[in-house]
Design a protein around this ligand. Sequence first.
Ligand SMILES: [Zn+2]
Ligand SMILES: [Zn+2]
Length: 170
Amino acid sequence: MKVRVEDIPPEGLEVEFEDARMQARDLGPQVAGLAGAPWAQVYLERRGSLVLARGRYQAQVELECSRCLQRFAQKLAGGLDWAFRPPDTPRGEEVRLAEDELEVIFYQGGEVDLAQALKDELSLSLPMAPLCRPDCPGLCPVCGKDQQGGPCGCRPKQTDPRWAKLAKLE
Ligand SMILES: [Zn+2]
Ligand SMILES: [Zn+2]
């Protein structure tokens, strides 16, 4: 989804789009799948050579739990606040951007790439180490069984007393 900057009227432009071409692997190694196309709605406004975009997004991804390796569905949703700028932004506008603390994205060829910006937004919103639930017990270190269905019966390993102190800290 790209929008030509010159097509944005003075009063602004509302854009709603879905990116059906986005692939799970584009978002990160922890993403196992995408359920449906990620969606976004943004309001575009021109400020000199800048294009400001405010709106919201939503996507449904399937993540792999970093402890038990089970896949689980996760909804991603939130607000968007982007500032697109050409590589040669005039000095005065640089200052204003720094004050606003918007997410700055470069644009080239006279058009802003909303699909690319959405993909980056989604990637950044993903947890580095996803958990299917906050207290996921993970896999048994002895037999590898998923502990969610109950303990597998393996005896816990004898703890070396020298490590016991460290274990308590966890
Ligand atoms: Zn898990
Ligand atoms: Zn076990």
